[in-house]
Each structure stands twice: as structure tokens, then as C-alpha cells.
Design a protein around this ligand. Structure first.
Ligand code: ADP
Ligand code: ASP
Ligand code: MG
Length: 819
């Protein structure tokens, strides 16, 4: 085809016409179309070309319909039900867009055209019409969006028309169609040059062979269409409008706190696309005249946001720009002695992500993106059906892109970080504009976030999952709201979920805690903890912590699973720390294996700084000989108020009524709560102790242990005689009874542990606590004549919430130092 327009017209086109491209996500619904129409009228010039993809997920829908039909065809008594349903949905979606966006004559015209198209589709589905060429079916997606956008513009009074790219873009069929530049250029110029002042909407993704058969340019090929069209008319700029404001330091859907990149060099962008980043199609840069053209990537959702300009921008200083990842990578392994196959791989146009030789084993490896698997298998079958390339799966890729990457500091950080993973191979690309790591493991967003923040030196982030929204949970959430600014100084901390036993309110972006109780009621959904936990590594944070503010054994049993999925734990729940020796050591083993932190300061003595004191002594070289005291606020209250004139049963009843005891006071009377604290304390200082090792004198007679709570409350006075006897007995020697817990390390390293009544001299501090007060009397090598004593309130939601916060502060200062 000859160019029929004048040289002057061609020059005007080159100087004045720019190209814009809108992808499927920018055209997903009527609202998106209106926004795009506004951009086209306000930001595009009067004669600009606009390349569009199929609306939303139309291409995927078409592929699903084709597959459903093929399946039905292959089936002897084929049922086309599925294909019919999908086709009906597509028809409804496309015609819904037309009726929503257009009115009057414009709507009538487009609906008629759409009905004709879909009549053909139904004929195809019923077998009345044969369309064997898949690209022809796929082309409809782009055709419909070009036609709709141009009609919408016309309806709004903008001069516009649409062009089916198959009318000018000619290519020879190949796995990647080979464009015939001259005819395509002539075709396009002849079509547009005479119409200055008209905005043309051009279909992306599709072209035609010289016989006019449809061809496609590969998935996500419209970016390529746009630069192709731009280079055919020698345009100075192509703007690719996305749902993101340009190219970022990582995929913003997976990584928090990405940095936007105002400029990117051609070679960096090309490498990024070659490594499979969805932000740009790999062929986008092929046709570009790099001296002349600039590609702008900007957001169709937020036009005011920054954009990325891709051009000749070689930085003076080398720097890593983008961290990119592929979760599924296939390796092909070839014997180095198979010279023919090696040569074929080396000459293959689709370059591997990286390739390497392991000479000692006589093996060469070629790594490819999973999306290229079909292509590679077809290619291998074509060159040699009995080829000796083995396919290895289960790999992933991480890469850092930037010119002269080897000179950057980030290169060593990247090397260090990936060496801590299951690294199979790390290599620089031949042009030194990316370092690529192939890992023999799955990728999750947490890992990406962590490495990203190491590379780009951001404030690290912590996602907090709050389990339990009772007294302590509520008190801690209010405290957190009050302290939020201070807490956020060290790291970026966000609450990602609040859960009770049946429902969760989860949002990885961080919950808005104003009116959180109402929001919980409105937004919380039923969930299964065991299903939630494996999902959590995808929360886009460097670190995650679970606050266990429950009293639930079910939650405690999941600690190994929380640790194994990367969460740290802060517990106010005693159940894990006081589980059986074997469960406890399982928890500790997993915690150490995954290098997670576990704080549980509030499980003994609520907010009292007991753990800190013990750890500090031990870390400074002291060793603990014994700890004894009154570990239970309930017991402290009962005994400090008990004397010859009071009935013990009345006190128990009052404690229950005032919420000072467990709802079932037998939990306290049987000393379970105290035993748990004793176990936690002993284990904290490294002693091995199990339930069976503790000598327990329970206050609960066995015959009252298994009866219903109501009945137990009625029969409480049965305790009175025994308790009075005890009191009188103690008084004989001027003492009073107290419920004490203690453990001591003997010289032979055996641990003696006991919980039960002791008689205490009336003047002793243990006998003179404020009712409810806890006391811990600690003897160590250094404090052996006079003990170290820590006392104060050992329960209460405010002090406990404060203690949880103190644990969180510890965690934060530890994690923020880890960078
Ligand atoms: P469209 O089809 O609308 O042209 P895509 O959805 O194919 O756009 O590509 C844009 C997507 O690419 C973004 O939504 C983003 O999630 C992803 N992406 C991956 N890596 C990056 C990156 N480094 N910068 C920006 N976006 C990225
Ligand atoms: N509609 C095509 C696809 O989904 C092309 C594109 O979106 O760029 O692959
Ligand atoms: Mg796309």
C-alpha cells in the first residue's frame, strides 16, 4: 500500500498527534468509561489516537466461553449449558454498558450493532457458523470497547471515530506476529491524516495477516499496540493510562509504601517488562525510536498524581529502581553435551529470565515464566519430539532492576536477603541492569514487603491482629487509639483485624478504629481461624503480631501455626505458657525455628514489671533461687478479708458478684489459675516444670468439683467449717492463713513447687496486703539476705491493657532494630 497523503500532512501528524492507551481495568464499568471519556477530551489533543483494550475482564470471559464450548464439543453428548450461561453474561455486560452510557439514537445504533455481533456468536455456539480462528473471536473485545468509547465521545459532542486495527496493522503469523511496517504505516496515515480534529479510538491487541485473518499480539498486548501505533506515525509521546500512577518500586497491590519513580530509563523499563512485570508488556519497547519518543505511564483514576516518564534518562548515579517478582517459574535443564539442543536454546528469541551452567554436572539451566510454558513446550516439541530437556517446577523469581545494578549498595542487600531464602541461583543479567534470584520456594507478600523495605530503606511496618474483644481487648484498643502517634514513631503500626471466637473484622489496609464496636458489629464476618492463619502472610506488612487477649485454649493451641506463618505473639492468655510440658516445648521449638518473638508479661501479675525484672537479673549474671508469693488477686482479696467473724462462703459469693473472681469461682478455688502462673514464671527462668510436678492443696473439695455452678453456689457454706478450723489453727501461734505459691531450685537443681495454704505471722508483709494485691518475693544469688519484692495490683483491665502495650513497645523496639 502507498502513502497517499502529503509529506506535510505526515509531518503534522508526527508533530501533533500523540497516542494514549487505556487498559481493561480503566474501562471496567460505565463509571470508568465516563472518566476515560473526560480524560480523552481534556488531556488528549484534538487529533490524538486512543488505543483501547477490551473492557474489564472481557478477554478472559471470551477465553472461558471458547474453552467451555470446546469441552462440550469434545464430550460425546455435549452440553453447551456452561458456554451459553457465560455468553449470556457477556452479552448482558456489553449491552449493559451501552444502555448505561448512551441514549437515543446513539444507543439504538450501538445496540443494533451489538445484536448483530452476538447473533453471530450464538450461531457459532450452535454450530450454524464455523469460526475456527480464535483471534477472530478475541478481537470482539477490543472492537466493542473502541466502538463504545467513540460513540460516547460523539454523544458528548466530541469529534471522534473508531478504527479496527485489522484495517491497517498487517503482520505475518508467528508466535509473536511480525509487523509489516511499511504497509501498516501507509494504512494508518491514509486513514487518519486527512481528518485533523478527529480523535480516533483504535483497537489494541489485534492485527491481521495479509489475507485479513485476525491475529493477536499476546496477552496484555495493547501496551505494545500503543507504542506500535505511536512509532508508525513517529509520535513524540505515548501515554499509557493505568490504574496505577506510573511505575513504582514494586507492585503496589502487593507491597505497602512503594515509591513512585518519576523517570525510568528505556533499558530499565525494558528489563522490567522482560522479567514479567504486568505493568508493561515485554514488546512495548520494541518498535520505539528511543531518541525521539517518551512513554508516560499515569493513572486514569487519579490524573493529578505523579507519572512515570520512560525515555533516555541515564542517571549519573546507579540505583536499584524496581523490585519485581514472579511466583511461578519453570526451569529447563539440558545436558551440556547435547550441543544441538544447547544451541537451539541459546538462539531462541524468547530469552530466559536467566540461564546458567553447572559444568561439573554437565548441566545448563534456563528459567522461564510459567506463562511461557505452553510456548516452550510447543517449541521443544517442534525442534525435537524426543528432546532431552527436563522441566522442573516449584520455583519463583525475585529481581531488582536498575541500570548498573552491580555498583549499587542495594545489590549487596538483595544478595544478603535472598541468600537467607531457599536460593537456587543468583545472577546478574548480561547488561548489568538487573539482578535475578531464582528461589526454590513459594513467595508471599510478607517476604516481598520485607525485602522491599530493606532495599528502599523505609520505615518498617507492623500489622496487628487483635484476637479477643472482651474487657482487655476493648481496653487495649482504647489505649492504642490514645497512643497511636507515639506507637507509630518507631514503625508504621496498623491494626489489621479484630476477632472474637466466631467473627472477624479484617482489613489489610488497617482498620478505622473510630466507633470500632459499631464497625465490628457491621463489618465482622464469620471465619475459621485455621483457614485464616495461612492467609495472613499475604498481609502487606514487614512484620505481623497476634495479640491473644482471650482466655481460650483453642487459640493457645494454634500458637505453633501462628509462628510458622510468620506472626509474633503477645499473650495475655495464660493457656499456652502453662500448657503441658510437651505442648510447651513444641511451641518454643517452632517459635525458635521461625525466629518469632513471644511476649506474655501480663500473664503473671498483670501489668507488674515482673518478667522485666527477672530477665534483667538473669541477663546481668544473677540466678534466681526461689520465688514465692500471692499470685492471685482473687485469693489475695478473699484471705485479706477473711477472719474469725466472716464466713468464707459469703466472701466467695461477694467476690463473684463484684467480678473479682472467675465467673465460676471454682477456677480460683482449685488453684488452676495460680498453677498456670507458677508454671509460666518457672519456665520463664528456664526451669522445666509440668503440672504433675506441682504439689497442690486445692481449696475445692472433690465432691463439689463436678456439680452445676448454681448448685455449687448454694452449697458454698459447706466450705465454711473447714476454713474456720484453718483460721483458728493458725491463730494458735499468732498467724493467719494465706494461699501461697512458691518454687525453689534445690542444690541438686531439682525444683520444688507448691501451691497451698501457709500460716503467716500477722505482722509479715504477706499478711498485710491490700485486698486484691499480688506479691512476688524473689530470692537470688544477689538478693539472698533480703529478697527483691514486687507487689501491686495483679489484675484489672486497665493495668493489663497497659502491660500488653508494654509488650508491644518491647516488640517494636526489637523489630525496628532488626533492619
Ligand atoms: P491495564 O491492563 O489496565 O493496562 P494491568 O492491570 O495489566 O493494567 O497492569 C497494571 C498493574 O501492574 C497494576 O495494577 C499493578 O498491580 C501491577 N504492577 C506490578 N508491578 C508494578 C510496578 N512496579 N509499578 C506499578 N504497577 C505494577
Ligand atoms: N484485552 C487483552 C488482554 O486482556 C489485551 C490487553 O488488555 O492489553 O490480554
Ligand atoms: Mg493489562
Amino acid at each position: 500500500m502507498k502513502v497517499e497523503v502529503s509529506e506535510a500532512q505526515i509531518q503534522t501528524v508526527a508533530d501533533q498527534v500523540q497516542v494514549h492507551k487505556f487498559g481493561g481495568s480503566s474501562l471496567a464499568d460505565a463509571y470508568c468509561y465516563r472518566r476515560v471519556a473526560r480524560i480523552v477530551t481534556e488531556y488528549a489533543g484534538a487529533s490524538d489516537l486512543v488505543v483501547v483494550s477490551a473492557a474489564g475482564d472481557t478477554t478472559n470471559r471470551i477465553l472461558a466461553i471458547i474453552d467451555a464450548k470446546h469441552e462440550a464439543d469434545a464430550d460425546a453428548d455435549g452440553d453447551y449449558g456452561m458456554a451459553e450461561v457465560l455468553l449470556k453474561q457477556l452479552e448482558k455486560y456489553q449491552q449493559g454498558l451501552i444502555t448505561e452510557l448512551l441514549s437515543g439514537e446513539h444507543q439504538q445504533r450501538l445496540l443494533r450493532a451489538s445484536e448483530i455481533d452476538f447473533a453471530r456468536w450464538w450461531d457459532w455456539l450452535s454450530g450454524a457458523e464455523i469460526i475456527e480462528n480464535r483471534p477472530e473471536l478475541l478481537s470482539y473485545g477490543e472492537l466493542w470497547s473502541a466502538r463504545l468509547l467513540s460513540t460516547l465521545l460523539q454523544q458528548q459532542g466530541t469529534q471522534a471515530d473508531h478504527i479496527d486495527a485489522r484495517s491497517f496493522l498487517v503482520a505475518d503469523d508467528a508466535p509473536e506476529p511480525l509487523i509489516r511496517v511499511d504497509v501498516s504505516r501507509a494504512g494508518l496515515l491514509n486513514r487518519i491524516a486527512p481528518y485533523a480534529g478527529t480523535r480516533f479510538i483504535v483497537t489494541g491487541f489485534i492485527c491481521a495477516d495479509p489475507e485479513g485473518r485476525s491475529l493477536i499480539l499476546g496477552r496484555n498486548g495493547s501496551d505494545y499496540s500503543a507504542t506500535l501505533v505511536g512509532s508508525l506515525i513517529d509520535s513524540k509521546q505515548v501515554t499509557i493510562w493505568k490504574d496505577v500512577a506510573g511505575v513504582y518500586s514494586a507492585d503496589p497491590r502487593k507491597v505497602e509504601r512503594v515509591v513512585s519513580l518519576p523517570i525510568l530509563d528505556w533499558r530499565e523499563a525494558e528489563e522490567l517488562a522482560r522479567l514479567g512485570s504486568p505493568v508493561l508488556h515485554p514488546r512495548t519497547f520494541q518498535p520505539v525510536n528511543r531518541e525521539r519518543m517518551v512513554i508516560a505511564v499515569r493513572s486514569s483514576l487519579k490524573v493529578e498524581n505523579q507519572q512515570t516518564r520512560i525515555g533516555l534518562y541515564e542517571d549519573a548515579e546507579a540505583s536499584g529502581k524496581v523490585l519485581t517478582a514472579l511466583s511461578e517459574v519453570v526451569l529447563f535443564r539440558v545436558d551440556l553435551r547435547d550441543a544441538k539442543l544447547i544451541e537451539a536454546f541459546e538462539e531462541l528469541e524468547l530469552t530466559p529470565l536467566i540461564s546458567w551452567n553447572e559444568v561439573a554436572q554437565h548441566q545448563a539451566y534456563y528459567a522461564y515464566h510459567q506463562n511461557h510454558l505452553d510456548y516452550m513446550e510447543q517449541w521443544l516439541a517442534e525442534i525435537d519430539t524426543k528432546h532431552n530437556a527436563s522441566k522442573l517446577t516449584g520455583y519463583a523469581m525475585l529481581a531488582l532492576v536498575g541500570n548498573r545494578i552491580q555498583e549499587t549498595e542495594q545489590y549487596s542487600v538483595f544478595k544478603q536477603e535472598t541468600s537467607e531464602q531457599a536460593l537456587r541461583r543468583l545472577a546478574l543479567t548480561p547488561d548489568n541492569n538487573a539482578v535475578v534470584a531464582i528461589l526454590e520456594q513459594k513467595l508471599d507478600n510478607r517476604l516481598l514487603n520485607r525485602i522491599h523495605s530493606q532495599l528502599f530503606n523505609h520505615r518498617r511496618s507492623l500489622g496487628v491482629l487483635v484476637v479477643g474483644r472482651g474487657n482487655i481487648g476493648s481496653a487495649w484498643l482504647s489505649l492504642y487509639r490514645r497512643l497511636r502517634e507515639r506507637i507509630n514513631e518507631q514503625m508504621d503500626v496498623r491494626i489489621i483485624g479484630v476477632l472474637n471466637s466466631t467473627r472477624m473484622w479484617l482489613d489489610y489496609n488497617g482498620l478505622d478504629l473510630t466507633d470500632w464496636q459499631d464497625n465490628f458489629e457491621r463489618l465482622a464476618r464469620p471465619y475459621e481461624m485455621s483457614q485464616l492463619i495461612p492467609e495472613l502472610p499475604n498481609a502487606p506488612y514487614d512484620e505481623l503480631v497476634m495479640l491473644d487477649l482471650t482466655d481460650a485454649t483453642a487459640v493457645a493451641q494454634l500458637y505453633p501455626s501462628f509462628f510458622a506463618n510468620g506472626l509474633h505473639i503477645i499473650s495475655a492468655n495464660k493457656r499456652a505458657g502453662a500448657s503441658t510440658e510437651s505442648q510447651y516445648s513444641e511451641i518454643r521449638t517452632i517459635q525458635q525455628e521461625y525466629q518469632r518473638e513471644w511476649y506474655y508479661n501480663t500473664t503473671v501479675g498483670a501489668g507488674l514489671p515482673l518478667n522485666y525484672a527477672l530477665n534483667d537479673l538473669r541477663n546481668s549474671g544473677d540466678s534466681i533461687q526461689s520465688i514465692s508469693g500471692i499470685f492471685s488477686g482473687t485469693m489475695s482479696w478473699l484471705f485479706e478479708n477473711f477472719n474469725a467473724d466472716v464466713k468464707f462462703s459469703d466472701l466467695v459469693r461477694e467476690a463473684k458478684e463484684r467480678g473479682l473472681s472467675e465467673p465460676d469461682p471454682r477456677e480460683d478455688l482449685s488453684c488452676q489459675d495460680i498453677i498456670r502462673k507458677l508454671l509460666i514464671l518457672a519456665r520463664e527462668i528456664g526451669l522445666r516444670l509440668d503440672w504433675k510436678d506441682i504439689d497442690v492443696d486445692s481449696l475445692l473439695p472433690e465432691h463439689l468439683a463436678d456439680i452445676p455452678l448454681d448448685e455449687f453456689m448454694q452449697r458454698l457454706p459447706e466450705l465454711d467449717d473447714g476454713m474456720q478450723d484453718l483460721y483458728q489453727d493458725a491463730q494458735q501461734t499468732g498467724k493467719v492463713p494465706r494461699l501461697l505459691a512458691s518454687f525453689a531450685v534445690r542444690d541438686d537443681d531439682r525444683v520444688i513447687a507448691r501451691v497451698g495454704i501457709e500460716y503467716i505471722p500477722e505482722g509479715d508483709m504477706l499478711a498485710n496486703l491490700i485486698p486484691g494485691e499480688n506479691i512476688f518475693v524473689i530470692y537470688t544469688d544477689w538478693y539472698h539476705e533480703m529478697p527483691l519484692v514486687i507487689s501491686g495490683p495483679g489484675a484489672g483491665k486497665e493495668v493489663t491493657a497497659g502491660g500488653v502495650q508494654s509488650d508491644l513497645n518491647q516488640l517494636l523496639s526489637r523489630l525496628s532494630k532488626k533492619v
